[in-house]
Ligand binder design. Structure first.
Ligand SMILES: [Zn+2]
Length: 254
């Protein structure tokens, strides 16, 4: 019941406008002129930043300390509210540890995608599918602030330009270090690759386990949630999509 039918994955968000989006994103000159709401990467290189992302990127050391202390104080309140003693030795440093962890879990909002890609886009006459499988993903469910972890598989068909292979996991990591839902994470990775590389198509599939489902509520220890986003030729060409699904081990049995 938690398994998202991969064939419907890219229609999970009807407004994502799969083929429409790719044709928009394919014309880089469009983006120079005026960025539209459709544009994922903003002028300063941030991709769909959170409301306070720029403030956080540009803040002074003093403001950063204030921010950190605010999180610590909030955690102390939580500890008190659940009936704990925040001053017992085992918990004394917990607010500080949590604040550090939280800043780390959310650092992806402020990353500049141009630094991540770092010009690693090369003209290459290779127009066959490129696939990076089994990328480890750890993100934070925005509904419960607990982790979900799993694997992402990213494939694309170049249009005479390829991207350095390590950049695909790095783009995935940037979006996973945010408060997320798996559906959006999957789509954002695919759309960013489209916008960065203008390939013929991009396919992203993610399988993961959500701690909020494992440890609370329905307590589904082995449920795996699968989401997918198929853009460009992966959406329009069955053969390309099936080749991708078969290469990531999802091609048969359905
Ligand atoms: Zn959750």
């Amino acid at each position: 019941m938690s398994q998202t039918d991969r064939n419907n994955g890219d229609s999970l968000e009807p407004n994502s406008g799969t083929s429409g989006h790719i044709s928009h994103a394919r014309d880089p000159h469009d983006q120079e002129e005026g960025r539209t709401a459709d544009t994922l990467i903003e002028a300063d290189g941030l991709c769909r930043p959170s409301i306070g992302a720029r403030l956080r990127v540009q803040e002074s050391p003093h403001a950063a300390t204030d921010r950190f202390n605010n999180i610590k104080a909030a955690v102390e309140t939580i500890l008190q509210s659940v009936g704990e003693d925040p001053y017992r030795p085992g918990l004394l440093d917990t607010p500080k540890r949590f604040a550090k962890a939280m800043m780390d879990f959310t650092q992806g909002y402020g990353q500049d995608v141009r630094d991540i890609v770092n010009n690693a886009i090369f003209n290459e006459n290779h127009n066959e599918m490129v696939l990076v499988k089994n990328i480890d993903i750890s993100s934070l469910c925005e509904h419960h602030l607990v982790p979900f972890t799993g694997k992402m598989h990213i494939g694309y068909v170049p249009n005479n330009r390829v991207i350095g292979l390590s950049k695909l996991p790095r783009i995935a990591q940037m979006f996973s270090r945010r408060l997320q839902v798996q559906e959006r994470l999957t789509r954002q990775v695919a759309e960013t690759i489209v916008e960065t590389l203008q390939p013929q198509g991009v396919a992203v599939v993610m399988e993961s386990s959500h701690l909020c489902m494992v440890t609370r509520g329905v307590q589904q220890y082995s449920a795996v949630t699968v989401t997918s986003c198929m853009l460009g030729c992966f959406e329009t060409n069955d053969k390309t999509r099936n080749e991708f699904l078969s290469l990531v081990g999802m091609g048969s049995g359905r």
